[in-house]
Structures are given as C-alpha cells and as structure tokens.
Design a protein around this ligand. Sequence first.
Ligand code: FAD
Ligand code: NAD
Length: 521
Amino acid sequence: MAVDRASQMLLSEGARHWREVGREMTSVHQDLTQPQGQNPRNAQRVQDAEQQCELLVIGAGSAGIAAAAAGQRAGAKVTVIERERPGGASLWTGTVPTKALIAAARAAHLMRTADRFAITPVEPQLNFGELMRGIQDRVSAAAPTEPSGALQRLGVDVVAGAARFTGPETIMVGDVSYRFSRAVIASGTAPAMPPIPGLVECNPLTVTSFWELRFLPEQVTLIGGGPTGCEFAQALARLGSKVRIIELADRLLPREEPEASEMIAERLRSEGVEVLTGTAVRRAISYAHHQQLIIAGPDGAEPVTIESGRIMVTAGRRPVTVGLDLPRAGVFLNEQGYIAVDDRLRTENRKVYAAGDAVGDRPLASLAELDGEIAATNAVSGRSRIARHELGPQVVFTDPEIGRIGHTEMSARVGLGDWLRVRKSSGRIDRAIAENEPSGLTKIISNGHGRMVGATVISPRAGEVITELATVLQRGGRIADLASVPHAYPTWSDALWHAAMDDQAERQTAPTGRTAVLRRR
Ligand SMILES: Cc1cc2nc3c(=O)[nH]c(=O)nc-3n(C[C@H](O)[C@H](O)[C@H](O)COP(=O)(O)OP(=O)(O)OC[C@H]3O[C@@H](n4cnc5c(N)ncnc54)[C@H](O)[C@@H]3O)c2cc1C
Ligand SMILES: NC(=O)c1ccc[n+]([C@@H]2O[C@H](COP(=O)([O-])OP(=O)(O)OC[C@H]3O[C@@H](n4cnc5c(N)ncnc54)[C@H](O)[C@@H]3O)[C@@H](O)[C@H]2O)c1
C-alpha cells in the first residue's frame, strides 16, 4: 500500500531520506486527492475507504512525534497524519536552525571583539549563502536524532496529507476516512501577522521564510521583541546587518524579569541594534525599491516615518486550527484561540486529546514533547497524568542567555501573594572573572518555607545552569538542598550555589526569625 511505503520510507535512516519521504508523501497525497477515475489506485482506496486506528495523531512535530512513540509503547496501533514534513517547527524553522544561526553569529562577534583577550580583532567576511546551506545540513543531520527515531523503531504508520474532522470519531485525509478510538491533536502554531495596514504587501520575512534567504539583508527591522525577535536581532547584527527591533510593550522580553529585559536591551544597543520599546507600528508602506514604517513612540509624540529595510515579523505565533473542522469533533477553542483542554490534556470530546503549541500555555519544544507523551498515555491507557509545565525550564538564547524556571518575581506575587523571598546576586563568580565576562544575574524566588518557586539566571550557558533547578524543583524545591550539593569549580553553575548559600546564611542569621527577612505584601 502506498501509505505503508511512505511509512517504510520513514523507517529508513538519514537526513536525505527525510526529504525523500517528504517527496514520496506528496506524491501519495496527490494520488489520494486526484479525482477518481484518473488514477486506478483510488478505486482500491475508496473500497476500503474507512481505515480503523487505535490512536490517531494529527501533526508530526515535537508533540505529535512524542505522542506517537508513547502511544505505540503503550500498546496502541498508531497512525500519524502530517501535512508537511515530519519534524515540525522545532526542527525545520525554529529551535534547531536558530541555534545554528546564533552559533555562527557568535563566532563573528568573537572575531570582532577578540581584543578583550589581547588578540587583534578582525572584521569577519561572511559567505551568507554558504552559512545558510550549512544550517540546512545541520538541520538535516539533526533529523534522525529527533524523537522520530523512536517512531522508526516502533513502526508507526505515517500518512501524508492534511487531516480534517468529519465527526467525533472520524477524520478525512484526502478522500480516505479514518475511524479512531482515540486521537491527539498536535497541529502546532504558525507565525502571527499583526494587523498593521500595508504589512502583508511588504512581504515581510517570518521565521518560516527567513531560511530561504540567500543574501543577508543590509538593513532589517524586526517587529516584536520576544524571544524570537531578540535572538534574531542579536544574530543578524553580529552577522553584519543594520538591525532595529520594535516592541509594543514597554520593554523587550516582557514575560521575563525586568532585569533580563534591561540587560538584553543594553547588550543589543552596545552591539549596534536600535531598540525601540513602547512603540507601535501604525502602517507599512512598500515602494519599488524600499519600504517604510510609520511608527508612534510611547510618549504620545507625533508618528514618524522610518526607512525599514527588510521587515521581519517576530510578533508571536497563532495556533494552527483552521481546516481541522474542530466543531464537527466537538472540540472547542479557548478565548485565546488555542485548543481548550483540561489539565490532563483532554478536550471536550473525551476521545480527543491535544498537545504542544496548539494548546498554548508555554510553547516550547521540550514541553510539547512532554505534552505529547502525557496526552497519548492518558488517551491509550486511561491514566490521568497531569502536564506540569511549571517544572520545565526555558531559555532565551541571546548572549548572555536567559534561563528561567517557574515564576518571575511579578508572577509569584500575583500567583502566590504573601511571604516571598527574593535573593538576587550579580553572578560575579570566579568563572565570569576568569573569562572577563560582565556580571550577570541569579535571582531565586522562594516561599516562607525555604522552597524555591522560580528562578532566573542570566549568564553564558544559563540554559545548562537553569536545567539543574528543574531537578531541585521536581524534588520539592528546597534551597537548603541546593546549598548542600558541592558544585564543580569554577563553573557557571557556581552562581546558583553561591545564591543558595547566601540565602541559607541570611535565613540563619535573621535576628527575629522569619519575619525579619521576609517581605510581606
Ligand atoms: C524561531 C523559533 C525558535 C524556537 N526556539 C526554541 C527553543 O530554543 N527551545 C524550545 O524549547 N522551543 C523553541 N521554539 C518552540 C518550538 O519550536 C515549538 O514549541 C515546537 O515546535 C512545538 O511543537 P508542536 O509539535 O506542538 O508543533 P509544531 O512543531 O508546529 O508541529 C505541528 C505539526 O502539525 C502539522 N499539522 C498542522 N495541521 C495539520 C493538519 N491539519 N493535518 C496534518 N498535519 C498538520 C504541521 O505541518 C506540523 O508539522 C522555537 C520556535 C520558534 C518559532
Ligand atoms: N529560546 C526559546 O526557547 C525560544 C525562542 C524563540 C521562540 N520560542 C517560543 O516561541 C514562542 C513565540 O516566540 P515569539 O518571540 O515569536 O513570540 P512572543 O509572543 O513570545 O513575543 C512576541 C513579542 O512581539 C510583541 N508584539 C506583538 N505585536 C506587536 C506589534 N504589532 N508591534 C510590536 N511588537 C509586537 C509582543 O509584545 C511580544 O513581546 C515563544 O512563546 C517561545 O516559547 C522560544
């Protein structure tokens, strides 16, 4: 069967095969969608039109692949429907290629700033086309190591095409109908396009189309200063573009600690990026050879017109639900437009679960994988596992990196109220001194029982450092535990240990016990 051939192809090793699978799937899909009579294979298809499957997964991104692997491990026969390429946004346009771009940009930055190590600095010569080809090679190389490796061994059926619900237990792909016992929707997100008049006519770049560029734009204006905007702003500036970043909120990275926003804005400015916060883009205008933006600053000043260079939209993501015909399945969206689920990831249709970015919350590849696994095991084995996203660390891969787990100070005050303790230290540890790195930040927020509820680390490799705290939080979050574990010296993780030790010392020396050192709000 053609679909089985596609599935067989998926089992084969290597990045090139992924592309071939994509092409093969496209042709399978074309076969399936051609009018009957033009293709004899369709006659057979229509005869056994309704396929039965135990667990049907829509989307083969991080969440879908994890769901399929977990479902198959739990004993179900799993079918995955994917309309583009298995791997999803994380592999092809998001997590993996951005980190490859950032690594190249960092090399350029080190060359330019080598004088801080008494090495003659040089202005790097960039071959952008070669860089982009190299990034694609690295993405392809990462493909077999994605969780899809598990699918390869487990023998999940993979069907190419776009899934659409036709009822509470049925979906269509092309003209083939599938009846499922359980389903997991893992359809992900796509770049959001803010409703700015004239923007679409300017054909702005997005994180999806960026990877098709063959020349580095001389000038780029990024609209949106979240993680994507900040990572791209720094990388593009380091590679040699003249970069401007416009953020609607009054600071970059508005979901992070204000100290993180400040440090990143300062660093970006020092590397030549123009940072405009509290700024609204009123209109975009496309001319034959250039583009302009009309922007309005925070102070109620008159709007001004600026030359934008190439525009890139990094203003967030929107869930991919159009075309799924969710109401036919009795699946509904929440107020933000994401698929509404309970904490066990079940939709209002008890047979249908949803996972990953499509359910909103915290759109991260690591959490999408966790979601996928939980949704599939709950669906197949009737368990009631809860997705605890607060235990998942997240990282903004700027330089310095910003690692966070759990609450920020602000969200802790709103969410937990009284008896918060905030321990801040500059991160001026021996490793930073040895490497001549400027100070960073370690901020640990704990409750009155000495248990951590959130932390932010700003330093080189903060992504590795923060992950240690996931284990601490999982085991109850006692800061005393963190302080009691020797940390290798001199490492960046040392900053955590110092912060924990300071916290312990302060608690013990508080003259009148708890109230003396805790701030009541
Ligand atoms: C620029 C950028 C950088 C990022 N960096 C990081 C990072 O450093 N760390 C991190 O943890 N996360 C990062 N992320 C987030 C991460 O990429 C996402 O959280 C992750 O991809 C979500 O996985 P998902 O499976 O939920 O959705 P997706 O990866 O979007 O997969 C959804 C899949 O469903 C398919 N699909 C949709 N509709 C249908 C349909 N009707 N029928 C069949 N198939 C369908 C799509 O084709 C797609 O393959 C980044 C994202 C971006 C954009
Ligand atoms: N390192 C990482 O883990 C990483 C990196 C990139 C993206 N991601 C994930 O992908 C998701 C999307 O990231 P993102 O940065 O694209 O989106 P985001 O929603 O996190 O940030 C978008 C930013 O754009 C701003 N914005 C929105 N409309 C605007 C407008 N009209 N003008 C100016 N600014 C505007 C918002 O205020 C916000 O700060 C994130 O939630 C994140 O989880 C993760």
